[in-house]
Design a binder for this molecule. Structure first.
Ligand SMILES: Cc1cc2nc3c(=O)[nH]c(=O)nc-3n(C[C@H](O)[C@H](O)[C@H](O)COP(=O)(O)O)c2cc1C
Length: 226
């Protein structure tokens, strides 16, 4: 499964089977976590066979069941911490999908107490990712239209449209999709901005990663602009 396919089949999954993750899959996931920690200057920690964070009232309220594995996402406080978490953790999420696992981003409906102790003193706990073999593969949900997620003068170049379509399938908090991609007048520079909302800086990092995968599947002759 390539990354575009992983994007297409990924949906949030909140109920999991009681099936342990095999050693080889754990190792592959850990390698991806190590890479994300290094490239994104993050503190991502996987808790395997550890149900505490999803045994809380909050987790039940959020309809989570059978979550025995999760990724704790943290890092040193910094203005771009949330966006970096979004970008680099989505790399891990799509890798997990390729490895046959299901996931759900969780910033609110989990027990923070047991996760806080896993991040270094002085670092910030941002969110978690529930992880495991889902009872189902999740379901497709409603999405904003491509034209509502971008601004371009004239016809959309194919690579740009593919980027926006990949971002359209990205998870965002409460499916708010409060982001816009803009293609600048030179036809190559792209900027991405958040339109606000809860956890929207995490969302921005996630949708940037999806855009990159979609756009690069057609052309690499484009660049990010601030
Ligand atoms: C930053 C972020 C935080 C989220 N927090 C929660 C949460 O606390 N509880 C929950 O049930 N889902 C949470 N979600 C999952 C979203 O509700 C889900 O991604 C969205 O509805 C889109 O559905 P999809 O992931 O199936 O495409 C979160 C997603 C993101 C990106």
């Amino acid at each position: 499964m390539d990354l575009m396919e992983a994007i297409e089949v990924r949906h949030s999954v909140r109920q999991y089977q009681d099936k342990p993750i095999p050693a080889a899959v754990r190792e592959a996931l850990q390698a991806e976590i190590d890479k994300a920690n290094e490239e994104g200057y993050l503190q991502l920690i996987i808790a395997f066979d550890e149900p505490r964070a999803f045994s809380s009232m909050m987790a039940h309220y959020g309809k989570f069941r059978g979550v025995n594995n999760y990724i704790v996402c943290g890092g040193r406080p910094s203005p771009d911490l949330q966006e970096r978490v979004g970008f680099f953790v989505e790399c891990v999420v799509l890798k997990a999908q390729q490895l046959g696992l299901n996931t759900c981003w969780v910033a609110l409906t989990y027990g923070k107490g047991s996760c806080k102790s896993l991040v270094e003193p002085g670092s910030k706990l941002v969110c978690t990712i529930a992880l495991g073999y889902g009872e189902t593969q999740g379901i497709p949900r409603k999405s904003k239209a491509v034209q509502d997620l971008c601004s371009v003068n004239g016809v959309l170049p194919e690579w740009f449209e593919r980027g926006v379509k990949a971002a359209q399938l990205a998870p965002t908090a409460m499916n708010q999709q409060k982001f816009r991609f803009e293609l600048h007048s030179d036809g190559h520079a792209v900027s991405a901005k958040s339109l606000g909302g809860f956890y929207s800086n995490i969302d921005l990092g996630i949708v940037r990663y999806h855009f990159q995968i979609g756009a690069n599947s057609a052309s690499e002759d484009w660049r990010w602009e601030a």
